[in-house]
Design a protein around this ligand. Sequence first.
Ligand code: ZN
Length: 441
Amino acid sequence: MTAEAVELLRTLIRNACVNDGTVGSGQEVRNAETLEAYLAGAGLAIERYMAAPGRVSLVTRIEGRDRRAPTLLLLGHTDVVPAEGAGWLHDPFAADLEDGLVWGRGAIDMLNLTATMAVACRRLATDGFRPTGTLIFAAVADEEASGAFGVAHLLDHHADAIRADYVITEAGGVPVPSREGPLLPLTIGEKGVSWRRLIVRGTAGHGALPFGADNALVTAAAVVQRLAAYRAPARILDVWRRTVEALDLHPLIAAALTDPERVLDAAAWLHNPGLARVIHACTHTTMSPNVVRGGTNVNVIPDRVVIDVDVRTLPGVTASDVDAMLRDALGDLADRVETSAPEFGEGSLSPFETPLGDALARTAAALVPGSRLVPQLAPGATDARHFRWRGVPAYGFGLHSPRIPYTEYPLMFHGDNERIDVESLRLSSLLWEQVARDFLA
Ligand SMILES: [Zn+2]
């Protein structure tokens, strides 16, 4: 199984289904064909769904014997975000295997999990697995954009194909060491996405006469500074409190991490930039100004600058809450800015205590001795939100060896030098197989 997972992952990476948000990108048909060829040999029936040319998702299922028993959906995505090679030690699309590591874009987000889910399904099918409940495996396009050509398309047009009572997708299960054994984070919720476009206006003029000019770029620079300096008020959610409690920290640090007044100070004490980012993101609605467009010629004072801001909301924060935060951040510059909202999706949460959560805990403890699950909120968005919004519990999980420290994982998502170790692929392959056997028995 491990060798199959490694080779399947390497092929999926090399297929380079790079999604840059445009409809013509992604071309997940390549990964769908690879997976179909791999699964078809086991006698699984494969359905393909095309949302736009080349935007293909694949669904297969092992039908349960009892219609009343729960259906479990293993949900993997097949697209990846772009990768510029400059900061990489290996070509991001060569899928080099070296010293027990597979390198490449998608190695952790999330072709590793998609590949291991496929390997587990093939194994179960070859073994003649006849469960009570139904197992569905879906390998979907377009997760890295809105999901419009992937899971949202399926839910809108082919809902029966992926109708499930429980969903598992990315990401979690990266072991956090503690005195009482490894803690395995189970993602039970994620932040909302509330992108904003700010248009800053000024008055055009000659670049040779800047004195007293109303330069939109100069105003925009001040707007960007204020957004960067802004701190939304901290909110301590129950899921965050439970994450911190499980971490087995010094009681003073744990108390500070769950105190809205002191949480950022506590993050600084830990002297770990990756962890500090996660702590900040799990306790705050965040704003990151990431794109600026404006200006025409070097000799023309610009009258219009566009700033795109990536706003990520805690569950429970609404679009009008975001408007209020933006006004707060911009102060007297708020009147200089027109705001539009190209996307709003609220944050989402599933309960931690469910029959699937129990099955995952049992299976994980068998594969990673002494481990315990810890609920966590993910800063980024995944396809799980589409299910949680519909009231279907959806978790992010997987299993990982300690080889890549948990502090490095958050930096690798969409970052340089994405890689996964072979032992992690072995663990996740076994996880999916054994969870299916346990939960759907
Ligand atoms: Zn992903």
